[in-house]
Design a protein around this ligand. Structure first.
Ligand code: C5P
Length: 405
């Protein structure tokens, strides 16, 4: 989805400029063409060569000495950009942009472009809280600029406060979200569940499972990148929350049920990638259970089937983790839970399923069509699942018959 898109990444004179090298590298790794434009001050903090090395493209640092490729520099850069990002954005550059000043190639490009513009401010807390900066940011926001951050924390000045460059992961998420505005899931609300639920036994213990949540997170990010409004109901605490996604943290199957039922009330699609516990302790001990008796018996009761309980005109995609008879068991679950699509994992394979970054799934639809996908990154699996969801959505639009009646 994002492959082949053009990003202009502007760097201004802040100590946080070194973090932008990682942003440039990650964007390049995802297949985007990254044109880095540095202000003079930025080159004092980090070398153009660092950016050139990770993007494999010329870096523009001087309006008057640009590579021949960019003949009418700011115009060609501005025109081909799918998104312009300034990270870090100093108070000085923000002020110039608010005033429409175009004294460097970066400010020229911003003034000339029609692409979405993202600013990630980074500065001293005093400069950030100054009403002048606040007014400038408010003005830019009202003109459609997307402002990411800043964050709170330790600043180079020694102060602790607002002004830190927001987490680069969040900047990346904001970029992908902006690029997704023309995607095929715009105006669709997709609810994704992720992670293994934790069923409390007492104050400190729980019954859990090995699900890492990576597949659900990949689905949430892929849906966001295609323009969807995404709600992620998750029991995962180890993965960074994806930017541009509404994250609802839960622990147990009962909490997940409540959150999923609420979130799907007006959603178009539910994708249950979560490994929901099948049973939970009948009683939760108020204190920590003592190690006294020789044996301990826990009474377990069945959890509600969350995806089965979701009704109405909504596309339902489930997952099944199986160790044998994958197609037979997957088909049974699809029918029993009235799903539109099911993705079946072979949990005996080492390179796919729980905790890995790759997955090999079999997709089965309502018509019994079986598609065996090869081993690939979970983000790619997510896009192939979403390709099917797009088709299901267009079919549902053509024949809005209630399927759960
Ligand atoms: O655990 P099982 O193999 O039955 O899961 C199949 C699908 O049903 C998965 O998508 C899972 O998230 C969902 N599920 C659910 N509520 C449960 C158990 C599973 O929604 N209590």
């Amino acid at each position: 989805m994002v492959e082949g898109k053009n990003v202009v990444l502007g760097i201004t004179g802040s100590i946080a400029a070194y973090k932008a090298v990682d942003i440039a590298a990650k964007l390049t790794q995802k297949g985007l063409a990254v044109d880095v434009v540095m202000t003079k001050a930025a080159t004092k903090f980090v070398s153009a060569l660092s950016f050139r090395s990770v993007t494999h493209r010329p870096v523009i640092t001087d309006m008057w000495e640009t590579p021949a490729e960019f003949n009418i520099e700011h115009v060609s850069l501005a025109e081909r950009a799918d998104v312009v990002v300034i990270a870090p954005a100093t108070a000085n550059t923000i002020a110039k942009l608010a005033a429409g000043i175009a004294d460097e190639i970066l400010t020229c490009t911003v003034l000339a472009t029609r692409a979405p513009i993202i600013l990630a401010p980074a500065m001293d807390a005093g400069m950030y809280s100054n009403p002048i900066t606040q007014e400038n940011l408010a003005k830019l926001r009202s003109r459609g600029f997307i402002i990411a951050g800043p964050g709170y924390g330790w600043l180079a000045s020694g102060l602790v406060g607002m002004g830190r460059l927001v987490d680069p992961n969040e900047i990346l998420g904001t970029i992908f979200q902006a690029l997704g505005k023309k995607g095929d899931l715009v105006d669709k609300h997709i609810v994704v569940s992720a992670g293994g639920t934790r069923e409390p036994i007492d104050l400190v213990r729980y019954i859990g499972n090995r699900s890492s949540g990576k597949m659900g997170y990949a689905l949430a990010e892929a849906a966001r990148d295609r323009g969807a409004t995404v709600t992620l109901v998750t029991s995962v605490t180890e993965l960074p929350p994806p930017a541009g996604v509404e994250v609802i943290p839960v622990e147990s199957a009962l909490e997940m049920r409540e959150a999923v039922l609420k979130a799907t009330a007006a959603a178009d699609v539910l994708i249950m990638a979560a490994a929901v516990a099948d049973y939970h302790p009948a009683k939760v001990a108020k204190d920590k259970i003592k190690r006294e008796s020789e044996t301990l018996t826990l009474e377990l009761v069945k959890t509600p089937d969350i995806i089965g309980e979701v009704r109405g005109n909504i596309i339902k995609v489930g997952f099944a983790a199986e160790s044998k008879d994958l197609i037979v068991r997957g088909t049974e679950k699809l029918k029993k839970k009235k799903l539109d699509l099911i993705a079946v994992n072979d949990i005996t394979a080492e390179d796919s399923g729980f905790a890995t970054d790759t997955n090999r799934v079999i997709l089965i639809d309502r018509k019994g069509k079986v598609e065996q996908l090869s081993l690939m990154p979970k983000y790619e699996v997510a896009h192939l699942i979403l390709d099917k969801v797009v088709v299901l959505l267009s079919r549902a639009q053509r024949s809005p018959a209630e399927k759960d009646t």
